[in-house]
Design a protein around this ligand. Sequence first.
Ligand SMILES: [Ca+2]
Ligand SMILES: [Ca+2]
Length: 96
Amino acid sequence: MNRFVMIAAMLLPTPVHGQVTAADEAAEAVLRQADANGDGGLSRDEFRDFMQGMAGLGHRAARLVSTFGVYGIAFRQIDTDGDGWASPAELAAARD
Ligand SMILES: [Ca+2]
Ligand SMILES: [Ca+2]
């Protein structure tokens, strides 16, 4: 599989029209659960939990990331300043 296609798919907004709010709330719950230290952002380990949680929700790109174990590649797409921590702003930017 082309990894760039996969990452592009990950960054696309949810395709389920009319269920954006419910999907966002579910993702928010997964995010809070993955954020083990409660700092509002995700470390690499927390990001892995987040991807697995999103995969559990049926999120297509997250399932691909989990299946292929490419958490590091996906994380680098989110962690744009490269400090090894996905801040709330970086997570929000990735979702838009
Ligand atoms: Ca955290
Ligand atoms: Ca960062």
